[in-house]
Design a protein around this ligand. Sequence first.
Ligand SMILES: Cc1ncc(COP(=O)(O)O)c(C=O)c1O
Length: 408
Amino acid sequence: MIKNWQNRFSENIKDYEGYPIGKTLKYLADPEIISLAGGLPSPKVFQKSEMRIISERILNIDIDKIMQYSAIPGEQSLVDAIIGFLKRDDINVEKKNILITTSGQHGLDLVGRLFLNPGDRIIIDRPTFAGALVAFEMERPEFIGVDIENDGSNVQVFEQKLEEMNKQNKLPKFIYVVPDFQNPTGITMSFEKRKELLDLSYKYNVPIIEDSPYRDLRYYGDPIPSIYSLDQKHNNGGGNVIGLYTFSKIFCPGLRVGFNIGPPEVIEKMTNIKEGNILNTPKYNQDLCMAFLTEMDLDSHFKKCKKYYREKLQVFLKTMEKYFPKETGVTWTTSEGGLFLWVSVPEHIDTNELFFEAIKYKVAFVPGEQFYGENPAKNHMRINFSYASKEQLAEAIKRLANCIKPLL
Ligand SMILES: Cc1ncc(COP(=O)(O)O)c(C=O)c1O
């Protein structure tokens, strides 16, 4: 009988602890807790009747294929629908540029496996998406984090870091950013910064990973071109950006379908990795995503989502102003879209401890520490405003205020 399994775990995995947010969620079983923790889209905007009708139809016409293995790069019909979907956003890709993934998290895993050796560097924002950190951590990279600004990544400091690393002959393998309504802060990168970031990518020959789950969930202002599209239009011919997309937030997370786009060499190699980890993404799920893009009236769905989430965002911001006047020292980001905001409390409060106190007040958030690749700040929290009802949101903030005020 094997006594010590720990000794047999691989170097990459033996100290790996997985997704910290998952561990947080286990404290939320009490139904009285209002959770602003998970990154859940609201079932109120799910297209449930369309799903039922289309599910029945595709099961009737295609059940043999649905129950069978299917193509690893993805269903041709979905790939074609994605080509059309991206054209709306001024991105022109062909089949060779697309790999269907089993959600955004899988897309991130493919990036990590493809590029990283232990000790390789990655430039990231501080804070950044915790799921990207856990995906990349499996390869034990070194995270080089730079504090994010209100208009996105601090590109100036990125440049200083790249210059230093270049001198050491140890440039990062890639720069990872979520330019639209970033998870966890809700911050959007300005047009100027997108161009500057791309210039850095060309100057230092470092690829950009652009993670875009929230791009279509814009509630205010005009869309800013994606870094992928700016790269495509550049007179050097582009090819420096890999785009990660998922149906999770715009359609539903339960189907676990997404896609990566990029240069054919990258997509081909990612496909090889997919052959070795999950093989195909379920055809049934892909067919439903195809129907989402081509049959379910995308424009009116996005209009509905935007109206619904915009109202919640307004409730959140209004209630925060009411319960956290300036003198409390509590601040928060605002956002033009997405699902999250970032709340900062005075530095003497550690939000890991505050989390357990907040549970007593029947309200939950994600402690900010989980969103740092290195040297975490302790006085922030991520708030999700898409899932709880408007009434719950207002009540949750009131509870949070009751919990925080005695500590100020
Ligand atoms: C920035 C970002 N990338 C990727 C994902 C992963 O999404 P999925 O649910 O499709 O795995 C998320 C989910 O929260 C996200 O916020």
